[in-house]
Design a protein around this ligand. Structure first.
Ligand code: MSP
Length: 577
């Protein structure tokens, strides 16, 4: 992992520079900024990739007020699979950013409640998220913390640019604030509710059920309402939000009107954050601060013309469905205000639930991801989360589901095929591969039904990489891994019906096909289950140089299979429910 991380180091020079001095071109840019109204409407997002820059994928940055749970692990793994997929494709340098969101009232209150200095509290909890990324083998290039000096510089610069362009004004703000959601809600979005635990009546957000408190204060506002038309055009002319069902929800909400956004809090209420430039009486709203993290690590503020070389715009922001508004409305509007290129896609996923209730720190119904990884193994958890986790819908978590899927798809799926293939080949697998790939195969199918079965199965293998790729291009890792699972099941059936152990004349063809299925599946599984895929490819003696996507074609590697020895890939689970 260390060497891969080095890739982003080239991007950090701007941050180093920033920590000493602001780039001189800043002022020039501020002075010549045209008035907001005169700025041209441009197409902000495109569906085509910019192949000249690194592929850049991000996770949300995690609040450090509490320990991570399986929902956080899911977000990290999804982003990691996208990054590793891109590395497998091998056409562009791929970069993954993750990190922690350390400012705001929620963190301030949690540190106070724990009786610990706030920075020390952040340091401790940030480390737990780093540990989780390591435990889950998330191949990140950078781990950002919003308390880093370079990030503070980037956020303050971003603010000043918004201000220079006339998008910030002060006004009195009245409304309901949820510390848990770090969000203001208008009257129409809150209601009175009875807390079952205490019997107390309190105001809560209708959307999240989180308690809100009345706030009346003077603070800074961002002219969000000025972006309604441009945002709608973005949603309607590009595939910015994936899957599309979330796009429809956002369009509906934005069409009903956008109010300007409060983007600071008085220091009497919030001290733990980045001060508003030139006004120490106000602290920048935590969500504006947090969203800018994606720019900070791409080297913002960019030297003129350098943004894309440094990675921006992001190719994909992976986010849970609870933070769609921040990423799909506020974030593009902020970027539009500064004429910065927009991220290509926001990939939204559903939530993990327990007994159909959202897994959440505040509810307490959480699964400790470290325990889950210890118990089942990192690859098993990565497999389970990507295969069962929903993008469009929520997914219920239960240990028994992990055990069920492990047995069905891994033990008696891949594990079984590998074992039977190697056993049935009786040390001659290499011979079958050489014969098949050199055209020496003499065996002919027994009858038409056998021929049709072989043909259909070979077609499946020939199409496998293309099918999986098209799902990954659509940003649907779940569909991609489901396709692999489907082909593994088909392989088991093919093996069973072909009965190569009874038909020596068929053995050559069937064992070659099944070996090909294992090899191609092994290559395509690497982003999802890096360790098990490696074990499988090592077992088949696939050369390291032939593990890229270009080798994932039927009969595409004549050189593997020498001296293959069967090993158990998926042993019985020690503790069962
Ligand atoms: N700090 C903000 C994100 C700022 S990004 C500029 C935040 N942090 S969080 O720690 O509350 O959540 C981080 C991610 O975890 C979000 O994508 C959120 O959707 C995800 N999840 C939190 N609970 C989850 C589940 N129960 N299931 C799946 N993902 C969940 O929001």
């Amino acid at each position: 992992m260390a060497s891969l991380r080095g890739g982003f180091r080239a991007l950090s020079w701007a941050n180093q520079l920033l920590s000493h001095q602001r780039p001189s071109w800043k002022c020039a840019s501020c002075k010549i900024a045209p008035p907001a109204t005169a700025r041209s409407l441009r197409r902000f997002a495109t569906t085509s990739e910019d192949a000249s820059k690194p592929y850049y994928v991000t996770t949300p940055i995690f609040y450090v007020n509490a320990a991570p749970h399986v929902g956080h692990l899911y977000t990290m793994v999804l982003a990691d699979v996208l990054k590793r997929w891109r590395t497998l494709i091998g056409d562009r340098d791929a970069q993954l950013l993750t990190g922690t969101d350390e400012h705001g009232m929620k963190i301030q209150q949690a540190a106070n409640a724990a009786g610990i200095d706030t920075q020390a509290f952040c340091d401790r909890n940030c480390q737990t998220f780093k540990d989780l990324a390591e435990a889950a083998e998330v191949d990140y290039n950078y781990f950002i913390r919003t308390t880093e000096p370079a990030h503070k510089e980037a956020v303050q610069y971003f603010w000043e640019m918004l201000q220079h362009r006339g998008y910030i004004y002060t006004s009195k703000h009245e409304g309901w604030y949820s510390v848990s959601d770090e969000t203001f809600y208008p009257q129409s979005q809150v209601h009175l509710s009875l807390d079952p635990a205490t019997g107390r009546k309190r105001m809560v957000s209708i959307e999240t059920g989180k308690e809100v408190e009345w706030s009346s204060e003077t603070n800074y506002h961002f002219r969000l309402s000025a972006f309604t038309d441009r945002l709608l055009k973005l949603y309607q002319t590009t595939d910015f939000i994936q899957p599309t069902q979330y796009n429809e929800l956002v369009v509906k909400s934005v069409s009903s009107g956008l109010s300007d956004l409060s983007i600071s809090r008085p220091v009497e209420r919030l001290t733990w954050g980045i001060p508003v430039p030139n006004d120490n009486s106000q602290t920048i709203y935590v969500w504006l601060d947090a969203l800018v993290n994606y720019l900070t690590k791409a080297g913002y503020p960019f030297p003129p013309g350098e943004g894309s070389r440094l990675g921006w715009p992001a190719d994909v922001h992976v986010v849970g469905k609870d933070i769609v508004r921040f990423h799909c409305v506020y974030w593009p509007a902020f970027l539009m205000a500064l004429d910065l290129p927009l991220p290509r896609n926001v990939l939204v996923h559903g939530h993990w639930t327990m007994n159909k209730e959202k897994m959440s720190k505040s509810t307490g119904n959480v699964v400790n991801p470290f325990f889950a990884i210890d118990r089942f193994g990192v690859d098993i958890m990565r497999f389970f989360l990507t295969h069962r986790g929903g993008l469009e819908s929520d997914s219920d978590y239960d240990n028994s589901y992990i055990i069920r899927d492990y047995k069905k798809h891994l033990q008696t799926g891949i594990g079984n095929v590998v074992h039977r293939t190697i056993g049935c080949a009786k040390g001659k697998l290499r011979e079958y591969i050489v014969n098949a790939t050199s055209g020496n195969s003499s065996a002919s199918a027994r009858d038409q039904a056998d021929q049709a079965r072989d043909q259909a199965y070979e077609d499946t293998l020939k199409n496998l990489a293309r099918n999986v790729t098209s799902k990954m291009v659509r940003l649907d890792p779940r569909a991609a891994i489901s396709e692999l699972v489907r082909v593994i099941a088909e392989t088991n059936k093919y093996f069973h019906h072909s009965a190569p152990w009874e038909n020596p004349e068929e053995k050559q063809r069937v064992l070659f096909n099944v070996a090909e299925s294992m090899r191609i599946t092994g290559i395509l599984l690497q982003p999802f289950m890096p360790n098990k895929a490696k074990e499988l490819l090592d077992m088949l003696q696939v050369d390291l140089s032939k593990r890229g996507i270009s080798s994932a074609i039927y009969a595409g590697d004549p050189d593997y299979g020498e001296d293959v020895k069967a090993k158990i890939l998926f042993p019985p689970l020690i503790v069962e429910e």
